[in-house]
Design a binder for this molecule. Structure first.
Ligand SMILES: Nc1nc2c(ncn2[C@@H]2O[C@H](COP(=O)(O)OP(=O)(O)OP(=O)(O)O)[C@@H](O)[C@H]2O)c(=O)[nH]1
Ligand SMILES: [Mg+2]
Length: 1103
């Protein structure tokens, strides 16, 4: 495509030669368009039109439209190039006026009373017309006669009553369009196809938003959209490659989103006028791209010191911040130089405080974005007027002044002091589509605001509006503070508000009781058994742990009723947030500093790192740094290698960067601009994909060689099959990563597939519409399609059902993972992506449907089905791994269960690895009876395998004797990766104990507690005379409410014998609390030896 700029076609020869761009003065119309004269001579306005054709007329201005004038005009019509008919109160144009104006280039009909339908049909014959002035008339829509004016390049429609620009699409040559003072509410959709448009004036209208369509207007260099109703200025405008001046003053803009300014292709915009708006946060990033930035008459309070560095570097830049309620620098400091000097000075002395991040979640359209905007702007705001992006996650900063008692450094007494509480609010879109992607960003410990629409609330909807969100949170983190926020209370009476509050409180208690009863039921079941095996003990231990942890999960059950329309309830909300910030359990103070962590000063050097990374993120196309590179770069620049993890952790918890420090693969990267990552994921997972992702929206698809047909095909493929074409993804992400930057894209794709596990490579089979789910792909570059399980909604194929049924009578091994209460969203999908890893599992996927996969092992004759099934009554769910023999000769060469275990075990290990990051989820591991298929046996892959030595075991459900080789792996091969490093764990615990850590604290300490993948160990725990450590065991509780209102539930005591077993388990795990004489010397010795021989098997026999 030829993308060179076309010279502007103008009527005057002078402008044609002099410059290819016509600068229009701000008071545009008359001087540019009025013209008059004869060829070779200049005259005053003639009273009459010339009758001699010898005097060749070029320009004519009519002073009346009498019959005589028209007749005379027609005589010379064929020579006229410019015709002015302004200010004649014309209501219609005589049909014959236009008849013979074959050379006409410029027509001025301004200041008349022309209205819809008053332009004659004959107008379409004006083939050479390049300039048309219809300024100040009475049109309410674009006159249809214009459609045919193929040469038109300048059009002035200002001062009419036009309310939409439909009908301009065909005028492909338009370069200047002036539509000031009309009744337009949108323009960009209609004009985005005008690829040559360079100047667009649309001030004094009622335009509410600028859509993504503007991205297509690559030639636009001058945009005036002042005095409209914009509330947000999208990034796309400022990223227009040709933009030179932008006037968006006198709107209602509140927010200028931050974005990456890519240094290698950045261009300077000479002037950006954002004066007279409602911007609260200083858009310092714009200083990186504008020569003059006018921010006067806004609501800015603080000039960001870091961003101001840009001005220090470039003295030619200009920043205007007059008439803002500035507190930093103080209002009395005026003038750019004085401000700069002040900021330089202040930078040296200003402390930065830590702050915290708050996650705002709740159902779709419950009012989260409105709530946040109201919090940020400190006044009522509703999301519609803001035109916020409604997908994915958005970030906002907010500072609360928080009154604290601080120890005075001089007197040592406690004094009151006001500290800024820095908040980073994460606005999660509540559409169910995001349950899985948003889970990535939800971690413990967290503070969350949970919103629900109070007006819509009914007792039956508790679960849908509140309960399911609590489940969602609990499953991921067992350390969480939740504030319940009822929104939209302006729509209801006081009585009704009270009623809803009481109902929610009641149901919260029920919710809590149900949550506990599930655990208690299980604990009791175990306690009632006559014999308790180590596996059961371990299980009980984990149930108790879940109960104990609920201690740190607090829901403030008193709903805060808010209205973002009327700004109600925000003071109370603010107080609740302050309380959490000051909560020492949530944010324990460090010994040398008696303030909660969030109010700590951040070390200057850490702030330097933060600023450095912020700056750096702007220069990177893909703002993701491999960990090693990051460490190298930061430590070379700032030293202090020892602190790098702490710094990064700090940046992570305060929302400045993302570093998933405990996730495999992802921990190798630092995402230095979280907003960028959200933007990226928002493009992949979006609930409004069908409607919003459109071929015409952008040139990118065309530039990347997409035809509309291919685009539609790929889109359909994604929506119907969950399969994303790689090029399609590149095009979708094209505006974040320019299409020519293939390497950057591949780097990112690798992280998406291996780190975030969003999907796995697939390939389309040549003829059929099916896919090869396990193509051999060594290099990421060769990937052509990506199957994204979360988006795959297809049904189980018929042929798979029959294939599976056919092997019904074969040998089989089946493990079941039961989630009695809640299954984390996306877990099944993550497992599928993991199972597809050939080098680990050696499987070939045969089919993949919305809730299952079927795969064949590449070496062993077995097929595997992993399926996701909902639990009874819609509560909870199960994941089933079932292997069936697939030998061609099942009679003589059946597939042995032992062989199947070699397939199953690594898959189960994957599961265990993933489930580690779901701290609060209740999961039960079971094995199915091969006869009745009931889950009658305990899954023992994590714990001592008691079943291993028995030849068979009776199924409690059907009474059949089951070979134990289908229940547990017989004589396990040595697997280094699953050895429980007992010695190491003990050493860690001993160390912790010696430092005075209590049992309860230990339970909270993740690092100390890794009893997963138990090495086979046998111990008859009954022999141990346990010390009385019952008092040491923490009492499991869930708190609901706060202060006097809080309720606590105790768990039933287990039977004495079983209690002993549990104590014994504690002893095993906490060797520091042995009681004299209870453990034999022999055992102590054995334990010590074991500490040295990490991973050695311990077998203890009953004396
Ligand atoms: N009257 C009234 N309307 C409100 C209030 N809060 C939100 N709304 C309206 O409720 C609708 C949804 O508000 P949003 O703030 O977009 O909701 P959200 O929770 O951010 O929605 P998603 O991000 O899509 O999940 C909008 O139409 C708002 O104008 C309120 O306090 N009072
Ligand atoms: Mg929202």
């Amino acid at each position: 495509m030829n993308r060179r700029k076309q010279p502007l076609q103008t009527a005057t020869h002078a402008t044609q030669k002099k410059s290819r761009r016509v600068k229009i003065s701000k008071t545009l119309a008359p001087p540019l368009m009025a013209h008059l004269g004869y060829q070779g001579a200049r005259h005053l306005h003639p009273q009459r039109l010339p009758t001699k054709s010898a005097e060749k007329t070029v320009s004519v201005r009519l002073l009346d439209l009498g019959n005589e004038t028209i007749e005379n005009l027609q005589k010379i019509a064929e020579t006229i190039k410019r015709l002015m008919v302004p200010g004649l109160r014309l209501k219609a144009i005589p049909e014959n006026l236009m008849d013979r104006l074959v050379l006409l280039e410029k027509l001025d009909l301004s200041n008349n009373q022309l209205s819809d339908g008053s332009l004659p049909e004959s107008m379409k014959r004006l083939e050479h017309l390049v300039e048309l002035n219809l300024n100040t008339n009475k049109f309410t829509k674009v006159p249809p006669a214009l459609k045919k004016l193929k040469s038109l390049s300048r059009l002035d429609l200002s001062e009419n009553s036009i309310d939409n620009l439909n009908g301009l699409e065909k005028l492909r040559r338009i370069q200047i369009l002036v539509v000031d003072n009309n009744k337009l509410t949108s323009v960009f959709k209609e004009v985005c196809h005008l690829k040559r448009l360079e100047i667009l004036r649309c001030r004094n209208n009622s335009i509410k938003d600028i859509g993504v369509e503007i991205r297509q207007m690559k030639q636009l260099r001058d945009l005036d959209i002042s005095n409209n109703k914009l509330s947000i200025l999208p990034t796309d405008v400022l990223l227009l490659p040709g933009l030179e001046t932008l006037n968006a003053s006198r709107n209602k803009i509140t927010k200028i989103p931050a974005f990456n300014i890519k240094l290698h292709n950045r261009h300077w915009v000479s002037e950006v006028d954002l004066s007279d708006n409602q911007i609260t946060v200083f858009p310092g990033h714009l200083l990186r791209m504008t020569e003059k930035l006018d921010l006067s008459s806004n609501q800015i309070k603080i000039l960001n010191m870091n961003a101001m560095k840009e001005l220090e570097r470039n003295p030619n830049q200009e920043l205007v911040v007059d008439d803002n309620p500035l507190v930093f620098p103080p209002a009395e400091i005026t003038g750019q130089n004085a401000i700069l000097a002040f900021i330089q000075e202040a930078r040296l002395n200003t402390p930065v405080y830590r702050g915290m991040k708050i996650l705002v979640i709740g159902s779709h359209k419950s009012g989260k974005s409105s709530l946040i905007q109201s919090m940020v702007d400190n006044q009522g705001r509703l999301a519609e007027d803001l035109n916020e992006s409604v997908a994915g996650i958005d970030l906002y900063d907010l500072i609360y002044d928080c009154e604290m008692k601080v120890k005075s450094e001089e007197t040592g007494k406690m004094v009151k002091e006001v500290r800024p509480l820095q908040l980073c609010l994460w606005d999660f879109c509540g559409h169910p589509y995001y349950e899985f992607p948003h889970y990535l960003f939800f971690e413990q410990p967290s503070v969350a605001l949970l919103t629900f629409n109070m007006k819509e609330f009914t007792p039956e909807k508790f679960n849908e509006m509140i309960g399911c969100w609590l489940d969602w949170m609990i499953a991921k983190t067992n350390s969480l503070k939740v504030v319940l926020v009822g929104t939209q209370c302006d729509k209801m009476s006081k009585e009704k508000i009270k009623e809803v509050k009481a109902e929610v409180k009641k149901q919260m208690t029920e919710f809590k009781n149900y949550h506990e009863s599930i655990l208690n039921e299980r604990i009791n079941d175990i306690s009632q058994k006559s014999e308790i095996s180590p596996t059961l003990t371990e299980r009980m231990f984990s149930y108790r742990k879940l109960l104990i942890f609920t201690d740190t999960f607090t829901v403030q059950s008193d709903v805060i009723a808010t209205s973002s329309a009327e700004f109600i309830g925000f003071e109370q909300l603010r107080k609740s947030i302050e309380l959490i910030a000051k909560d020492e359990n949530q944010f324990p103070p460090t010994p040398d500093y008696n303030l909660p962590l969030v109010l700590h000063k951040v070390k200057t050097f850490w702030v330097d790192v933060e600023n450095y990374l912020d700056e750096k993120s702007n220069s990177m196309v893909v703002p993701i740094m491999p960990w090693d590179e990051y460490v190298e770069e930061v430590t070379t620049k700032f030293g202090m290698k020892k602190q790098i993890k702490d710094i990064t952790q700090y940046l992570h918890v305060t929302g400045k960067v993302l570093w998933f420090s405990s996730a495999p693969v992802l921990s190798d990267y630092v995402f230095i601009r979280p907003a960028w990552l959200f933007e990226l994921l928002r493009n992949i997972y979006r609930h409004d994909f069908e409607e919003k992702v459109d071929f015409g929206i952008d040139d990118t698809y065309k530039q990347m060689g997409f035809s509309q047909t291919r685009f539609e095909r790929n889109k359909k493929e994604l929506l119907q099959h969950g399969v994303m074409d790689k090029d399609f993804l590149r095009a979708i992400l094209g505006y974040l990563i320019p299409p020519d930057m293939k390497e950057n894209f591949n780097f990112l794709l690798d992280i998406l597939l291996k780190g975030f596990k969003i999907g796995y490579p697939a390939a389309k089979k040549s003829k059929e519409m099916t896919y090869n789910f396990s193509p051999e792909i060594e290099n990421i570059e060769n990937v052509s399609k990506i199957l994204i399980p979360w988006l795959r909604k297809t049904a189980e194929p018929e042929e798979i059902i029959s294939l599976w049924e056919d092997r019904n009578d074969r040998e089989r091994v089946a493990a079941l993972l039961r989630f009695p209460k809640y299954i984390p969203p996306g877990l099944f999908e993550l497992l599928c992506v993991g199972a597809q890893k050939t080098e680990r599992h050696n499987l070939t996927f045969k089919a993949h449907w919305s809730n299952g996969i079927l795969a064949r092992h590449n070496k062993i004759d077995a097929i595997l089905m992993i399926s996701h099934e909902s639990g009874p009554k819609g509560r909870g769910a199960c994941l089933k791994y079932e292997l069936r023999g697939d030998s061609p000769d099942p009679v003589y060469y059946p597939t042995r269960p032992a062989a199947m275990w070699t397939i199953l075990l690594p898959l189960l290990q994957d599961f265990e690895e993933i489930i580690k990051s779901f701290k609060g989820v209740l999961v039960e591991r079971q094995m199915l009876c091969k006869f009745c298929r009931e889950p009658s046996f305990l899954g023992e892959w994590n714990t001592p395998k008691e079943t291993q030595n028995l030849p068979e075991k009776v199924c409690e459900a059907c009474g059949e004797k089951v070979d134990t080789d289908t229940l547990v792996q017989q004589r396990e091969e040595k697997r280094d990766d699953v050895l429980l490093k007992l010695g190491e764990i003990r050493a860690r615990r001993k160390d912790a104990m010696s430092k005075g850590m209590t049992l309860e604290q230990m339970l909270h300490e993740e690092e100390l507690d890794k009893p997963i993948y138990g090495r086979e160990r046998r111990r008859n725990v009954g022999i141990l005379q346990a010390p009385d450590i019952a008092g040491l065991l923490p009492t499991p509780t869930i708190h609901v409410g706060s202060g006097d209102d809080s309720e606590t539930a105790d768990v039933d005591e287990t039977t004495e014998t079983n209690m002993e077993n549990i104590r014994a388990l504690y002893l095993l795990n906490f060797p520091g609390i042995t009681n004299e004489g209870t453990v034999s010397d022999e055992e102590t010795l054995e334990q010590t030896q074991e500490e040295e021989n990490v991973g050695e098997e311990i077998i203890m026999t009953k004396k």
